[in-house]
Ligand binder design. Structure first.
Ligand code: GAF
Length: 409
């Protein structure tokens, strides 16, 4: 744990120094500070967050970094080192959809902060009243792989949110910033995501995953196990994302339809009950809706079982829940692709405790709960299987829980 903490601190210091220098180059001025927010990997609890259910992600060491300086003229200038592009807009003129591409997440977050009172999440400025967001210069860089399903967008929203809030003397609860970031994504960018990614980017902590109840909005830090014994591995399949947003929105609608037909506010209401899923879902005539809802119900149960099993030190049984989650996502929820399925098989054959697709799906990453020290074996197992299947080369790395959003300079 100490080693990974040191590594993050070293990474933060290096990034802060290079961002500071780049800021001076691009804006010919000194930044007031540098902020960071991480990407995430979700251990278990997939497609449950927009059903009021349970999730268990942790924050990655990979983060998005923002050097920033306050302005007083209502303008925002944002330069991205990864996109090699500068985008400018006025805070006043921001409306949903007004800015697109990578800068849409930045503009969306600033819009969400500046209109927070409209959705009952009022922010307090230094004088106690609503803050006036007078503009900012922002320089952005990121070590979170893009489009890999590791929440590079939440990392961008949360790092910008923290920087802009602090620069304007706004002290907002991390959970409030997470909800405003989710709103940026839902209402400005137009992606109907749940709260998991923004929540863990704000509230992640070193050496702990976070069990999050998305109904009560209560986070509970949990240990994944002794790092000398248990390791979390991530395979970035680099499979091209297909139809991501449309399919995600469709899954969400199907869950809402299922809940409406069953007469409950959300599918979570059913997963709190003891009867078998089949019985609880008997009122659904539509076979597709029944499978979608069955995934959500069984997944919520798997999350809570995994937490208990990890606490009891039974990593092997926790791993079985992780693998069962993948099966459910493949068969009932239908969000996996051949690349994720092959990676899961290869990892299981190589001896991990459990493996599953992680994130929204349709490509992206696979996460595995593994005995410590098997990274190299896992990497060659997946690479061999990918070569045989004619897939592109995957990236395989070990990930340890790291800090959430923070000021780094
Ligand atoms: C994406 C979304 F952004 C999350 O809110 C969550 O629904 C996840 O897919 C699936 O669990 O990452």
């Amino acid at each position: 744990d100490d080693a990974s903490r040191d590594e993050v601190a070293r990474g933060d210091a290096e990034r802060a120094a290079s961002l500071d220098a780049a800021f001076r180059r691009v804006f010919a001025a000194e930044p007031a500070g540098v902020w960071a927010a991480p990407g995430r990997v979700n251990l278990i609890g997939e497609h449950t967050d927009y059903n009021d259910g349970f999730v268990m992600p942790f924050a990655l060491p990979q983060s998005t970094y923002v050097a920033a300086r306050r302005r007083e003229d209502g303008q925002v200038r944002v330069h991205s080192l990864f996109a090699e592009e500068t985008v400018e807009f006025a805070v006043e003129t921001l409306r949903p959809g007004a800015v697109d591409g990578w800068a849409g997440y930045v503009a969306g977050m600033i819009w969400s902060l500046s209109t927070a009172a409209d959705v009952g999440l009022p922010l307090q400025g230094p004088g106690g009243g609503a803050p006036v967001l007078g503009g900012v210069d922002l320089l952005i860089d990121s070590t979170v792989p893009h489009g890999a399903g590791l929440s590079s967008s939440a990392a961008l929203e949360c790092s910008v949110g923290l920087a802009v809030a602090e620069l304007h003397g706004v002290s907002a609860e991390p959970l409030t910033l997470a909800r405003l970031a989710q709103r940026a994504e839902n209402d400005f960018v137009g992606m109907p995501c749940g709260l998991m990614d923004q929540m863990i980017s704000m509230l992640g902590e070193p050496a702990r995953a976070v069990l999050f109840d998305t109904r009560s909005l209560t986070p509970r830090p949990v240990s994944v196990g002794d790092p000398a014994e248990v390791e979390v591995l991530v395979v970035d399949t680099r499979a091209p994302h297909r139809l991501v947003d449309g399919e995600y929105a469709a899954r969400r609608r199907q869950c809402e339809q299922a809940a409406a037909q069953l007469g409950v506010a959300s599918l979570r209401a059913l997963s709190d009950r003891d009867e078998p899923a089949e019985e609880l879902l008997a009122g659904l005539d539509d076979e597709l809706l029944r499978r979608r809802a069955r995934h959500v119900l069984t997944e919520n149960r798997r999350v809570l079982e995994t937490v208990d099993l990890l606490a009891a030190g039974d990593v092997a049984a926790a791993g079985e829940r992780v693998t069962a989650s993948h099966r459910s996502l493949r068969e009932d929820y239908e969000v996996t692709v051949p690349e994720t399925d092959v990676a899961v098989e290869a990892l299981l054959d190589a001896g991990v405790h459990g493996a599953r697709i992680t994130g929204g799906g349709f490509g992206g990453c696979v996460v595995a709960l593994a005995p410590a020290g098997m990274l190299d074996r896992a990497r060659s197992a997946v690479r061999d299987r990918y070569a045989a299947a004619g897939f592109g080369e995957p990236e395989v790395f070990a990930a340890s829980p790291s800090a959430g959003a923070r000021r780094v300079a």
